[in-house]
Structure formats: C-alpha cells, structure tokens
Ligand binder design. Structure first.
Ligand code: ADP
Ligand code: MG
Length: 695
C-alpha cells in the first residue's frame, strides 16, 4: 500500500504521455504531483452517456451524435470554412470548421463515419455544430458513449482538455487500485454524513449519468463537502499549529504593572466599559505568561480599542520592557502618537516616532532612543520593522487595524521583534469585525477577545441613501448643521484606477463646496498630501476650526474626531459594506445625534440596492460584516491579497462557512490524540512545508 501512495505522491511525469514541458504548464494550475490531479475538480460536466439521433437533436442542445459523411466542401462565403454534412438515417447535420488542416480536409471522405460532441445551432439550411470535438469511427464500430458524465477541467494555455482528462483518468486508476489513506475518523464521517475520500473523488471526477448536477453546481453535494471539510481542516490545523508552537516558545513573563495599569485607567476622563475591562484582563493574563501572546482584539468601530492597547503598553513598560504600536497608515500612526502623548504625559514615559516620511535627523534620534532603551513606546508605520531598527527589550507588538496584515506578515513581525531567544507578545486589533465562522478560518493562529459593547451615551447613526442628483439638498443640510455648530465629513467618490484622479475629484468637490457654502470653513485631506500638511488640517478639524472636512477614503479607518456628527459619502454604491461602515463609524462618537448620507449614482443595481439597505437598517458592525460576506465573499471583505487569506483548492469560505464549527472540533481532537493523522492531512493539502508552520 505504501508503494501505491508513493505513486500518488510521485511527480506528474511518472504518468503516461506527459513530459517536462506539459508538467511545467500544469504547475501553473498548481498541479505538481499525481495526487494534485485528483484534487483538481471539474468545472462542469458534459453528458456523453447517451447518443442523440440527428432527427432528435434540437438547437441549443449540447450532445453526442454520430453519422456518415455525405459531403465535405471548402467554401469561401465571407470566411473560408470547411463544411461537412453528416446523416444517420433520421436526420442531417453540418459540421463547420474555420480552422482546419489539409489532413483534416481529406479525412472527411464520403461514407466515413464520425461521432461528434458539441452545441447544436439552427442555421438557414438546418442544424450545425461549429468546431465540435469529433472522432472518426471504424466502419464496424458505433459511437462510443461513456458510462459516466465527462468532466471538463479548467485548462491553462497549451494544455488540452483531452490531455488533462486522460491524466486525471490515470490518476484515478492508480487510486482505484489502492485507495489513499482515509484520514478522517469513521465516526466523524458518519456524524457528518460524508462519504470517504476515495468515494468522493471518484464520484466528482466521473459522476454517474443520474448525478445530482444541481447540487454539485451549488457546491453542496456531500462529495464536495467531504473534500472541502478536509481542506478546511488542513488549513485550520496548520494555522493552529502556529498557536501550539507559540506555546512552546519563550517570551518575557510580564508579571508586574498592576498598579501602573490601575493608575492609568484612573487618569482617563471616562470609565472603561465592561467589555474593555474584560479584554484588558484577558490581555494582562496572557502577558504574564512566559510564552508569547498571540491575541486578536475584535471590536466594532468606536468600541474603544486604542485605550485597551494603551493599558497593555503600560503593563509592558512597567515591567521595564519596550512596546511598539504599528498602524497601517501615517495618518493613523499620527493619531496614536497624539493620543498616547496626551495619555502618557503624566506618567513620565518616553515615546519614539518612526515613519517613512521622517527627516533623517529625526529618524536617527528615534533609532538611538530605541536602541538604547531610552524609548519605552515606539509608534509608527511598517517603518518600525525595517532594517536598521534595533529594539532594546521589545516585549509587546501591537498591530492596529490588522485586517491589512496576513499570517505571513504577522510571523515576520514576530521574528523581527525577537530579543535574544525571547519572542515578543503580539496583539492585533481589527478594524473590521469579522463574522465568527470566517474569523475561525482566517485567525486560527490567534486567541480572540471581543469588545462587544460601545462606550455609554453613543446614539446609533441614522443612515439614509439618496441619489446624487439630490446633492443640493444635502449641501443645504450641511449648511444648517454646521451653522448650528456641528461638523461634517464629506467623502469623495472613490476612483480606484488612479491616485491622481482621486486627488482631482477631491479637489473639485472641495471647490464646489467652498463656492456653495461661503460662510463655512472647509478643509481638504487626501492621500497625496504630505503628512505634515494633512496632520495640520486634521488637527484643525479636531479643534473645531474647520466645519466641513472634504476627504478621500484616507479617513476610512481609525480617525477619531468625536465632535463630528454628519457624514456624507459619495458614490457609496461602489464601496464595500464594511468600508462604508468604517466611514460611518467616524461619526456617532459624541453625544450629538449623528447622521450618515449615502449618495449614489443612478441607476442602482439590485445588489447595490440591497447593500445600501443593510447599512440603512443596521449599525452593528458584526451584522454588516456578515451581510458583506454573504453578498461579496470573504476575499472582498478581508481584501484577499493583503490578508494572506489562503487560496483554497476546493473549499469556499462563504459557501462552506457552516462547516467551520465541526472543523474546529475535529481539528482539536486530531491534534490532541491523533497527531500522525493530523500531520498527514496537512501535508496532503498544503504540501510538505505545511505552509504556516510545523509543530
Ligand atoms: P476604535 O475601537 O474604533 O479604535 P477608538 O479607540 O478610536 O475606537 O475610540 C473611539 C472613541 O471612544 C475615542 O474618542 C475614545 O476616546 C472614546 N472612548 C473609548 N473608550 C471609552 C469609554 N470607555 N468611555 C467613553 N469614551 C470612550
Ligand atoms: Mg482604532
């Protein structure tokens, strides 16, 4: 049996009819080993289990037919083409080829029998098939019907469907003679009503003629669920390995700092919410362990994640260590810089700043303070972890608005933050609440804390959606609100193609509003501004010296100006729900009743309409995220590429989300008591590297 499994693990070139060139092309489909062919499921199927007689063939049908060549001719009407007329006694059909060789031309001798598979179309002279797949039949033979539906695979340039089909068939043959190990326990399969791996693979590559194609198309067939389940399990266990691994690594146990934390919390102008308090306790417990914390803090916009991060920093610093906070943009890093300076002012702590746009003299000073340990807390962008930064006893890394960082990036940061053999503790804070099942799959390497309570006195933001031809009315509304002392954000259309266009759009909107609202003070921030200039405008807005802030989506995450109570978002129909929720979360932070106006361009499609309705009807970020997931899929929600969210071969997080609780259960069990199987499952789906880490 070992022998056979090895055949499945062997390189593709061990199969018949494939050399290095074709193997190279298949690598583009992520197919390296014989077994990988098995996990490359068909895109769809063709029914060649029945032969359709020509008299019964109908336009629009895709079918297998056969007949005898009556006549073959090359015609030049418009385009040179080869026409072959065939008949079977019940009817006639024309085969039409635009591309054909001389050899093909001479094949179709009168009286030769052929079988063809293709789309039947109605044309003036009767029925025809354009470029059917065809086969010449020996005189005594009939058209070959298949026993199973014919799979159609995704092909890559230079790989023919027939070739691929043949290779998969060889792989299936190897599998049939000895099945790959069944790695899921029998009782799990029974509980979940799932077939074995072998049965599932055979079925999906060669479904019986009566297969339930509808459920296969929906991705809900038990055979597909069987494969998705194992794939999700492999990814989950691989991520979970990282967490298990972290438990074996060493970190400084930050045991002290209790009093300092209390003193800091007492110094705040408000009381922590119950949820903030609970999460602070969870973090403090992690930090006091001699193993690196890997914790994710989820909380809706405005739930007060920053101050929780500050409490964690205080603990690390009180224990004589350094802490670092990394934000995804300079704007956000600056805001933290501002907040932490205020908060820590009375505690005699040293803060250092690091960002890309820094002057080299300032940077040198920061680097020196960091290296000598004079700096207690370092705030910045990803510049924090570039070469040349030499920490001095860094014990805590906080990543804010973490949805832009993937597993690999989290790992890289940990490595860069090492001091000696000690790993830093890591705290990541999401900007976007993530539905539970998705979080399970994407963040299985992290423990999770949820701040599920907003600071008291917040009033839900009322949201309306209006066509942008009513912009004048909205401007009037801004005039009224701001004359009464309120402040407003005006978010400009998002032009994804170009930063320059974005900037121009913002500039144009700014001019329009300056003209329309001469009595108001109107500011502008956009992504191309120097951070110093942007900071100046933001500060003026924060201090109430600007009434209306025109902005591109740079203000999307994290920006905190409690006095602002009106949010206008243009071209809302082009933005993601979670992004809109983030933007809306910029208001509703003070005691004033806040409003959000979503301007959209008509006509509004059905999907856009229902998305805007979600925002109108709910202020709950978790619910919005769930709907975003349902409407657009996980890649959009998390921003696929940046997150490092895995690319699955078969599973689809949106479609298969409901499998996750069972995946989690089975993963825990296997990794506890059947380690060998767990490791084999990971290798089967993720290759030898296990992708995320090994225990
Ligand atoms: P986010 O979770 O979106 O990062 P922030 O940390 O920016 O939220 O906090 C949002 C606002 O709520 C800030 O103005 C902050 O000062 C305020 N805030 C945080 N915690 C509390 C609290 N417990 N009571 C009152 N206001 C709070
Ligand atoms: Mg924040």
């Amino acid at each position: 049996m070992h022998q056979q499994e090895n055949k499945l693990h062997a390189p593709l070139t061990t199969l018949k009819g494939i050399g290095p060139a074709l193997a190279g092309k298949l690598e583009r489909l992520d197919v390296y080993r014989v077994e990988d062919l098995l996990f490359m499921l068909p895109l769809r199927y063709e029914d060649r289990t029945r032969l359709t007689v020509l008299g019964a063939a109908r336009p629009g049908q895709r079918c297998l037919v056969s007949g005898e060549v009556l006549l073959a001719e090359t015609v030049y009407r418009g385009r040179r083409s080869l026409l072959v007329r065939i008949a079977d006694g019940t009817g006639q059909l024309t085969l039409r080829f635009f591309y054909f060789s001389r050899q093909q031309q001479s094949q179709f001798q009168q009286g030769v029998r052929v079988s063809c598979y293709g789309d039947v179309r109605a044309v003036a002279g009767g029925l025809e098939m354009i470029h059917p797949e065809y086969r010449l039949l020996k005189p005594e033979h009939d058209a070959v019907t298949s026993d199973a539906l014919t799979p159609v695979y995704s092909v890559t340039e230079g790989v023919q469907q027939v070739r691929l089909r043949n290779l998969v068939a060889q792989a299936l043959e190897i599998m049939r003679s000895t099945a790959p190990s069944e790695l899921l326990p029998d009782d799990v399969l029974a509980d979940l009503h799932l077939p074995t791996l072998t049965a599932a693979l055979l079925y999906l590559h060669q479904p019986p003629p009566d297969a339930d194609l509808q459920s296969i198309e929906a991705g809900k067939h038990p055979c597909q669920l069987r494969l998705s389940f194992e794939e999700l399990l492999a990814h989950y266990m691989s991520l979970r390995n990282l967490r298990l691994l972290a438990r074996r690594e060493a970190a400084v146990a930050l045991r002290g700092g209790r009093e300092e934390m209390q003193a800091f919390i007492r110094s705040l102008p408000y009381q922590l919410t119950g949820a903030q308090d609970r999460v602070c306790t969870e973090i403090a417990a992690d930090l006091s362990q001699p193993h690196p914390m890997m914790r994710l803090v989820q909380g809706d916009v405005g739930s007060g994640k920053t101050v929780v991060a500050a409490v964690a920093c205080i603990k690390a610093i009180a224990c004589g260590k350094q802490a670092a906070i990394m934000a995804p943009t300079e704007l956000l890093a600056e805001q933290h810089w501002h907040n932490f300076n205020l908060w820590f002012h009375d505690f005699d702590l040293q803060l250092a700043w690091l960002a890309g746009s820094q002057r080299s003299k300032d940077r040198k000073e920061s680097l020196a303070a960091i290296a000598t340990g004079a700096a207690d807390l370092i705030i910045g962008t990803h510049a924090l972890f570039q070469d040349g930064v030499d920490f001095h006893g860094l014990a805590l890394i906080i990543i804010d608005e973490q949805h832009r960082f993937g597993v690999q990036q989290r790992m890289a940061l940990r490595d860069k933050g090492m001091s000696g053999k000690l790993h830093p503790h890591q705290l990541v804070m999401t900007a976007t609440p993530i539905p539970r099942t998705l979080a399970m799959a994407a963040y299985a390497d992290l423990d999770t804390s949820i701040i599920d309570e907003l600071p008291p006195g917040r009033q839900p933001v009322t949201t309306v959606a209006l066509p942008d031809k009513r912009r004048e009315e909205v401007i009037a509304r801004v005039r009224k609100a701001c004359s009464g002392g309120q402040q407003a954000y005006w978010v400009c259309p998002l032009i994804e193609e170009s930063a320059v266009l974005n900037y121009e759009a913002a500039e144009a909107r700014h001019n329009l509003l300056v003209e329309a609202l001469p009595e108001l003070r109107i500011g502008l921030v956009h992504g191309r501004m120097k951070s110093l200039a942007r900071d100046k405008v933001m500060r003026a807005f924060k201090e109430g010296k600007i009434d209306v802030l025109v902005a591109t989506t740079v203000i999307e995450v994290g920006v905190d100006v409690p006095a602002a109570s009106l949010m206008i978002i243009e071209n809302a129909e082009r933005m993601g729900l979670s992004q809109l929720h983030q933007l809306r979360g910029r208001v509703g932070r003070g005691r004033e009743q806040s409003h959000c106006v979503l301007l959209y361009r008509q006509p509004l499609g059905q999907l856009a309409r229902s998305r805007l309705a979600v925002l109108r009807d709910s202020n709950d970020g978790f619910l919005v995220a769930q709907r975003d997931l349902e409407l657009r899929g996980p890649g959009e929600l998390l921003g696929t590429r940046q997150t490092g969210l895995p690319q699955y071969r078969i599973a689809n997080l949106l479609r298969d989300a409901e499998l996750m609780p069972a995946v989690k259960r089975v993963a825990e069990r296997l990794q506890r008591s059947e380690k060998q199987k767990a490791a084999l499952i990971i290798t089967r789906w993720l290759g030898d590297a296990g992708r995320y880490g090994k225990v």
